[in-house]
Each structure stands twice: as structure tokens, then as C-alpha cells.
Design a protein around this ligand. Structure first.
Ligand SMILES: *Cc1c(COP(=O)(O)O)cnc(C)c1O
Length: 354
């Protein structure tokens, strides 16, 4: 066993790396050699450990199984031109994780401890970071309630873990979205701004129904009037409207995406006008019909940017201009990719090298 200043480290004696085709990993099914684990008990976090990735034993009464205190993050590490590895804006993920924890009555994690855990874990599994043009290491931190107790109240014990997966291109193709006017993703006063597991469980049925109707994804509208656009599936959404980059404003029903924030900042730096505001379904429909809307896309860490080729309104589907004629989204995607992969300078200070 090795000890760093902060964590215990039990390196694997049987790396699985030679059994994995890193040039073509399947998204989300291949896990790197190590995991980070840290338990909360008696009102404090115990010493964290980096250990071989493995199944774990947990009580059937663990409160996460019954009352759903579970939150997560999704972030990525990228191979740099000099062979190094950089995380992209990890502090933003750490802060959002603590916001999610606060909403779910779960304990905060010290930002420095969280960042050290990320850096140590990825250092030990550095050879798992693929170097393909569209590959990277996907990082999944999460926290669950582990106290064995039946009865609704916040758990007094938690487990925080980080696991990582080498991933290749996550290309969904162009998507057809359905404006959802019955189901809701997030209500005012609810948990929509948190990356809480239950939000995703609740979205599965509406998503499955949309797929049955021939759509790939849902364009969520507000829970009160179903009048304003909020997000697309599990991504934020952006529109190019009269040449401006427009995205629904944040609030407690829209998850504050780091990709969204990055893309808006890049767009502004390129001299594009950006607007964060309410966008109604009727404004969107009129803009598609008039040709004022030229591009629409989802933005999020997993897929980065997903072009929307058509929008299913209650009155019928409308197609956008062909994706291969778009100019704004490809330019923004290219710049974001360069910033993440260490190509060119980093005026925003977004890269954090291991
Ligand atoms: C994670 C997530 C996003 C995107 O956030 P990023 O920080 O860009 O990955 C958007 N919407 C929802 C609902 C999400 O869970």
C-alpha cells in the first residue's frame, strides 16, 4: 500500500488494459483499472482510497435503494498534443456536485479533496486515456446513501466514488426532437438543477414514448404552461436565430451545463451575439417557418453537440435547413474541441493538466 498525503492507494496487480481495444472503446461499458472511494460516517469523510475497480457489497437496506439519495457528475479528460492529459473545467463539475448534494441533503465534499481525488485517480490510470481524435476518458463521480435504515429521512452514511471509462466518438447522428407538452422534466422548486439520479429515472418513460412515435429525443418545455423551451433530452439546447446564438435562460428547472456555458463564452469571443432568455414554443415554430431559425443543437459533455434536424410541434413536424449547410455549430464545436485537446492557446484557463 502506498500513501499520498491525502489518500490510501492500493494499485492493481492485474491491469486489464491489454484486454481492451482503446482505439475503439464502447461508450460506458469499459472501466479503467482503478476507482476512487471515500465514505462518510459519524458526520465526517473518512480517508479516501484508490483501489482496483470492483463490485462492492452493500446492504439491501441501504437508503439509496429506497429513497433515492443519489447524485452524479459527468466530465472528461483529454490527451494533449505533448502526450499529457488535461481535465476540462473540473472545478465547475465539483461545484455543481456540491450544489446537487445540498439539494438532496447529502454532505459537501471539499473542493481541494475532490480535485486531488480526480487528479490522483487519472494519474494512476493515465494509460487508459485514449489518444484518438474523438476519444477521451469519461469520468463519473457519484454519491449514494449507504446507511442501512428503512424510514424516510436523510441518510447518515454515504459513499462517494469516481470511476472512469475510455470512450470513443459518441455520435448519435442528427436527432429529431419532440416538443413535450404533457410530461415534465423539472418543476419550479423541484430538483431539475441537480444531477440527481431520480431526474433521469423519471425521464425514461416520456423518452421511450417519444421514440415509439418516431423521435430520438424530447424537447422539454416548462412544467407550468408547457409554453417555453427548457432542454433537449439530457442536454442543454441552443438555437441560431437571426444569426444570434440563443439559449433558454437558467433557473431551477434547467441544469446549468458546463458545455452550455463554454459554448456561449466561445461564441461571444468569436463576436457572435448571444442571448440567454425565454424562448416560447410558438416563437420557435414561427422562426422555423420563416427561416429565421437556421441551426438548433443540444450541448452536453457526453455527446458535446448534437444537431437537431427536425422539431415535432403539436401541429406537426418541421425540418430545419440541412445540417451540412450549417456554419455556426461546426465552428463552435471545432473551437471547443481544440480547447479541450490542447490545440492552441487557452485564453479562458479551462484546461487543468494532471
Ligand atoms: C449533465 C446535463 C446537461 C449538460 O451538462 P454539461 O455540464 O454540459 O455536461 C444538461 N442537462 C441535463 C439534464 C444534464 O443532466
Amino acid at each position: 500500500m502506498m500513501t499520498t498525503t491525502l489518500f490510501d492507494i492500493h494499485p492493481t496487480t492485474a491491469s486489464r488494459i491489454d484486454s481492451v481495444d482503446l482505439s475503439n472503446p464502447v461508450f460506458g461499458s469499459v472501466f479503467s483499472d482503478h476507482q476512487f472511494r471515500m465514505d462518510f460516517e459519524g458526520g465526517e469523510w473518512k480517508t479516501g482510497v484508490i483501489e482496483p475497480y470492483a463490485d462492492m457489497s452493500i446492504s439491501p437496506a441501504a437508503m439509496v435503494f429506497h429513497y433515492g439519495q443519489a447524485i452524479f457528475e459527468g466530465m472528461k479528460a483529454f490527451r494533449q498534443p505533448d502526450g499529457g492529459v488535461a481535465l476540462f473545467r473540473p472545478i465547475e463539475n465539483i461545484r455543481r456536485f456540491n450544489k446537487s448534494a445540498e439539494r438532496m441533503c447529502m454532505p459537501q465534499i471539499d473542493e481541494g479533496v475532490f480535485l486531488s481525488a480526480l487528479l490522483e485517480l487519472i494519474r494512476i490510470d493515465k494509460h487508459w486515456v485514449p489518444d484518438g481524435d474523438s476519444s477521451c476518458l469519461y469520468i463519473r463521480p457519484f454519491m449514494v446513501a449507504t446507511e442501512a435504515h428503512v424510514g424516510v429521512r436523510p441518510s447518515e452514511q454515504y459513499r462517494f466514488m469516481i470511476m472512469t471509462c475510455p470512450v470513443g466518438a459518441y455520435y448519435k447522428g442528427n436527432v429529431r426532437v419532440k416538443v413535450e407538452t404533457f410530461f415534465t422534466r423539472a418543476a419550479p422548486g423541484g430538483t431539475g438543477y441537480a444531477k440527481a439520479a431520480g431526474n433521469y429515472a423519471a425521464s425514461l418513460k416520456p423518452a421511450a414514448m417519444a421514440r415509439d412515435q418516431g423521435y430520438d429525443q424530447i424537447l422539454w418545455t416548462d412544467a407550468v404552461e408547457h409554453k417555453y423551451i427548457e432542454e433537449s433530452g439530457t442536454m442543454n439546447v441552443m438555437f441560431v436565430l437571426n444569426g444570434k446564438v440563443v439559449s433558454p435562460s437558467l433557473g431551477d428547472t434547467v441544469l446549468s451545463g458546463i458545455t452550455r456555458d463554454s459554448v456561449l463564452k466561445i461564441a461571444a469571443s468569436k463576436g457572435l451575439d448571444i442571448e440567454e432568455r425565454k424562448i416560447s414554443v410558438s416563437e420557435l415554430k414561427a422562426a422555423v417557418e420563416s427561416g429565421a431559425l437556421t441551426e438548433a443543437f443540444g450541448v452536453g459533455t457526453a455527446a458535446t453537440m448534437t444537431p437537431i434536424e427536425s422539431i415535432g410541434f403539436p401541429e406537426g413536424d418541421l425540418s430545419l435547413p440541412p445540417v451540412d449547410t450549417w456554419e455556426v455549430m461546426p465552428m463552435l464545436a471545432h473551437r471547443l474541441d481544440d480547447l479541450r485537446r490542447g490545440k492552441g492557446d487557452d485564453p479562458f484557463g479551462w484546461r487543468v493538466l494532471l
